[in-house]
Design a protein. Structure first.
Length: 550
């Protein structure tokens, strides 16, 4: 169609080279075909031949606006208005010019004038809506988009209007936002709409729907790494974590020099209990430190996060562990100078690991001036006081922990340890029993076998029972979400399955998360004895006996 029209006007010029209107139409055809630069000379020629040609001035205004020559575009519109003062086109383009110059009030005035002259054109309504949205005047923006919607039936335009209506309704009427975003997704399921939809669902506390939308965003664009922060703050199922990991691995294949990918892969693997992979990615992440595209504070935060993870779950020999703890301590100290955060708690924790218990108490007490009911700080403070030999204060902080979270199994267990120290065996047994109440994750396992490990009286493990055990361990993300009590129960299951390496690993996880966990020391000592490592086993037996009267 364009080619036929082009040939027609070229023929017209052949017959009459002074026909300015023909040059104008050729310039217009070039612009419609996206050949903006080619239109310039044709339109200037049209104006040279006929300075009263309104459309030539408007098309050259389009050219100037497209090439960011805004002042020239304004002059061309003004010339056009002198020729035809009641045409909406010039006012609409003037609105676009002043918007480009960020004179929003003037832009709105011209858009309204364009609408006044012709209310059947959608573009001024859309552009006006966009300005109101930018100014956070959402009700006015919604009115403009709804007016545009009444004028439109084209799918590609409807998609844009629905998306804008979804964005404008966000925080005003989330149900309306969701309605329009779903309509947009039906036309084109793209990243922006799914992201806005996720945010709307979160506002309505519809977390499951929000998670699915975030996963769609990440599967559609695995490089949207900033969105992973939102997703990682939500409880996800194993299947959902697998989808996250798959998206990150896809991103890694396409861009392996972004340390952010390693950071999130480390976290995703941790949630999937893929500890070795999590540690590997965490260490790869640290190799990139410092990062040019993070602020120093952001980079330090990410580095501290990985250090905390590696201390808690990285299996190393004692020398490597000591070096790692010292490196982590220095990192936490730097971050604690920037602001009060959970890394102050991490700093207290590494002081416990280094035997600086008085220093850890001092750090925790300072933190609790701001957050007196933070359960984990109360828990660690209780451990610190116990190690310092101040039993009454240890008891006080474990009880404080339970006031915040009555189901904190490790605090319950540690009260057993406290009563053991106080020679009150009845109360000690009460708290131990309560701590080891059946975990729903292991209910089926506990119906089949007794979760106690006696190397001289091991149950017969059938293939069916082994599958039940493995399913229980893997099905609940037990690694990252659990207390030491549950990590210890995982260690027992592995020991019963004769998977000693895994059992020892989970004993270590239980111990590092609760340094008073006598049962984990005892189980580790028992397994080491079976492996012939008697000297090391003796050390762990001694630690267990100091804590609990077996």
């Amino acid at each position: 169609m364009h080619e036929d029209a082009k040939k027609f006007f070229e023929k017209a010029i052949e017959l009459n080279p002074q026909l300015g209107e023909a040059y104008m139409y050729l310039g217009a055809i070039s612009q419609q075909k996206g050949m903006i630069e080619e239109s310039k000379e044709l339109l200037l020629k049209a104006i040279q031949l006929d300075d009263k040609c309104y459309s030539a001035h408007m098309y050259i205004a389009n050219y100037y606006l497209a090439t960011n020559q805004v002042k020239k575009a304004i002059k061309s519109c003004e010339k056009a208005l002198k020729i035809g003062p009641i045409n909406h086109w010039a006012y609409h383009v003037l609105g676009m010019c002043y918007y480009r110059q960020q004179d929003l009030e003037k832009a709105k005035t011209y858009y309204y004038k364009a609408i006044e002259l012709n209310s059947k054109v959608k573009e001024p309504f859309l552009n006006l809506g966009n300005i109101y949205l930018e100014q956070n005047m959402k009700k006015e923006a919604i009115e403009c988009y709804e007016n545009a919607l009444k004028l439109n039936t084209k799918k590609e335009d409807l998609y844009y209007i629905y998306t804008q209506l979804g964005q404008a309704n966000y925080f005003i009427n989330e149900k309306e936002a969701i309605k329009y975003l779903k309509l947009a997704i039906q036309i084109k399921p793209d990243i922006k709409s799914f992201y806005l939809l996720a945010m709307s669902y979160i506002s309505l506390d519809k977390i499951e729907e929000a998670k699915e939308c975030y996963l769609k965003v990440l599967e559609g664009d695995p490089h949207s790494l900033d969105k992973y922060e939102y997703l990682f703050s939500m409880p996800l199922s194993n299947q959902q974590w697998q989808r996250v990991k798959k998206g990150l691995e896809k991103s890694l294949k396409q861009n392996d020099d972004n340390p952010f990918i390693y950071y999130f892969l480390s976290q995703a693997c941790a949630y999937l209990s893929l500890i070795d992979e999590a540690i590997l990615y965490g260490e790869m992440y640290l190799e990139y430190y410092p990062f040019n595209f993070f602020t120093p504070d952001e980079a330090l935060y990410k580095k501290a996060s990985i250090y905390h993870f590696l201390i808690t779950f990285g299996n190393r020999d004692s020398t490597e562990k000591d070096n790692l703890i010292q490196e982590a301590k220095e990192c936490f100290q730097k971050y604690s100078l920037l602001m009060l955060s959970h890394f102050n708690v991490s700093l207290g924790f590494v002081n416990i690991l280094q035997g600086n218990v008085k220093e850890s108490i001092k750090i925790f007490q300072e933190y609790m001036k701001t957050y007196p009911h933070y359960q984990h700080v109360n828990f660690l403070t209780g451990i610190s006081y116990y190690l310092e030999g101040i039993t009454d204060k240890a008891q006080y902080h474990f009880e404080n922990c339970l006031n915040t979270n009555p189901k904190h199994k490790d605090a319950i267990y540690n009260l057993g340890i406290v009563y053991d120290k106080l020679k009150n065996q009845d109360m000690a047994r009460h708290f131990y029993k309560k701590a080891f109440e059946i975990n729903p994750s292991f209910k089926e396992v506990q119906q089949k076998i007794n979760l106690n490990y006696d190397p001289n009286n091991k149950p017969q493990i059938t293939e069916e029972l082994k599958n039940i055990c493995i399913k229980a361990i893997e099905g609940e993300n037990i690694f990252i979400q659990s207390f030491s009590v549950e990590l210890f129960q995982v260690a027992i299951i592995y020991a019963l399955l004769d998977m000693k390496k895994e059992a020892l690993k989970f004993c270590d996880y239980a111990i590092i998360n609760n340094l008073l966990f006598a049962d984990a020391y005892c189980l580790k000592a028992t397994i080491l004895t079976e492996l012939g490592q008697n000297q090391e086993a003796k050390e762990f037996f001694e630690k267990a006996k100091k804590l609990r009267n077996f």
